[in-house]
Design a protein around this ligand. Sequence first.
Ligand SMILES: [Zn+2]
Length: 550
Amino acid sequence: MTAIHFSGGTIWRGAGNAPARSLLVSDGVIVALDEEADAAAEALRRAEGAVEPVDLADGFLMPSFGDGHAHPLFGGLEAEGPAVSTCTTVAGIQEAVARYAQEHPGDGWIFGASYDPAIVEEGLFDARWLDEAVRDRPVVLRAHDYHTVWVNSRALELAGIDAATPEPVLGEIPRRPDGTPLGTLREWGAVDLVLDAAGPRPREQRMRALERAGAYYLERGVTWVQDAWVEPGDVDTYLAAAERGLLPVRFNLALYADPRRFPAQLPAMRDARRRVEELGSPMLTAHTVKFFADGVIESGTGALLEPYCSGMHDHGMSVWPGSALEDAVRAVDAAGFQVHIHAIGDAAVRQALDAIERAIEVNGPRDRRPVIAHAQLVDDADLRRFAELGVIACMQPLWAQLDPLMTVLTVPRLGQERADRQYRLRSIDETGALLSFGSDWPVSSGAPLDGLAIAVSRRTADGVPDGGWTPHEIVPVPVALDAYSTAVAHQAFADDASHGRESWGRIEPGASADLVHLARDPRDLPAAELAAVGIIATYLAGEARYRATP
Ligand SMILES: [Zn+2]
């Protein structure tokens, strides 16, 4: 295999390290830096070995990005239905759904994603509005948050949801005054009633979705993705894709722990991990289990220590009651899995930290790297516990902005004082905890540069507000770059260079050459220009899997 000799730009080696000038990659692995790299490249050339010179053209080479929390299958599937994600009105969604139904005749279910719940007050969408677009076939649209669906009357009918349906466990069915379901369903307990009636999406569709998701990521400089919600059927999809060599980027699977089916799920989880290990693909691991501690604040399902401003006694939803989360986390940890807990509200974050603390106490010390994802609200009393317990805070920098989701749906529910304590990126980083970044794509953009632009400014794409929202939580560019690369590699257990091709996230001899070449040095740019920095090429194990067209 040809060696690659990079030079002519800045080679970023992480915050606090001096950048390198040149780099030699051979057989997919970084072999030398600077003078050593130049000398080795020269020796290779003299011995008439093939060396491909890459001129960085004053650009910036860094470890490729990892996405610490995302839903690539969902993201890839969005292209398989009506395109509603850019619609800003109900009429626009109706039109997109009607057009899709016309172009795709048949009697099957129509799935679409993901609509913006902020375009209707309280996010309460009516089935009758969708009936105006399609009456005879069931339609299911997912909201941006992926915790909510909007369905038409035919879908409600096929799922058997009517005025007589009781409120489900872990779900909510908003109703009209006469008790009939409105058409919006919140959280799994309600959403699954419809999804179970619809049955799984065809295997071929899901394989296409993975390929599409991989291409999406490579274009944005990402070579590793944490799939943060994997159902048993999805494991088969990933295995089949890996077997056929179709996985475009590396994936780690977080197997979904459902409080309604745990601990009976545990043997299947071990089995999934074993099948993935036996395949031995460097593109696929399955060492993680995903828990939801709560829902989301925009629907009032995030679990809060103090009640919501919109309801006197309403603290939101705890997915695992009592000590159930603690018990489940302990069991999964004892089985050697990494835990990855969705916790949005401050009560959920505390419950997650307590569960991890207990697992450490009971199961004893080991290199476990537990993850709490989102951590939207963290109580002061819990801030230091991330560092103390070795918990990785996997946060979504793109959410730390005053967009309509925040101003219309979140702030009124939290009140100003709590709203101003959200997404404490800098505070958590300064406690010495490991801060990693993820996008939660397709909930929000999967482009790391979009998230980085907000992390370092806390301003919207339009520059609002001046000086940034809660500016004391702005993080410096080097910290943000590390959070989207090296820190994610640590989360992935991939930062040990002695593992060769399976280690990435660092520029040092022995590590896999998983790299991204940016057109400009992000440290030199105003935040407003960061999102538009060109991705020139994305390398995975020394191979350019994406190259910008010149
Ligand atoms: Zn998620």
